[in-house]
Design a protein around this ligand. Structure first.
Ligand SMILES: [Zn+2]
Length: 87
């Protein structure tokens, strides 16, 4: 199941009548889970990355500088998991 589907399912569940049976603690846990899933979903939308010499780039999401022989082959930031697109 994709993260966004899981998030929607959880949101549906929590807005349903069953929510009244869920304790506050579990509600908080589920809300944190949704926030995490939303952050992960955002990282699935590719962000354009730039590099001057192919051997390093600064992540447009987390700002981490990554060096490799050819960073343009990277599909995701190795630091934060942000999906990347080049040129
Ligand atoms: Zn990053």
């Amino acid at each position: 199941m994709k993260a966004i589907e899981t998030r929607d399912l959880l949101a549906d569940l929590m807005s349903s009548r069953e929510y009244s049976l869920v304790t506050e603690k579990r509600w908080d846990d589920a809300r944190k889970e949704i926030e995490t899933l939303e952050k992960l979903s955002e990282k699935q939308s590719p962000m354009r990355a730039y590099t001057a010499f192919d051997d390093s780039f600064e992540c447009p999401s987390c700002g981490e500088n990554t060096e490799a022989y050819d960073v343009t082959v990277l599909k995701f930031c190795p630091e934060c998991g942000q999906k990347l697109k080049w040129n």
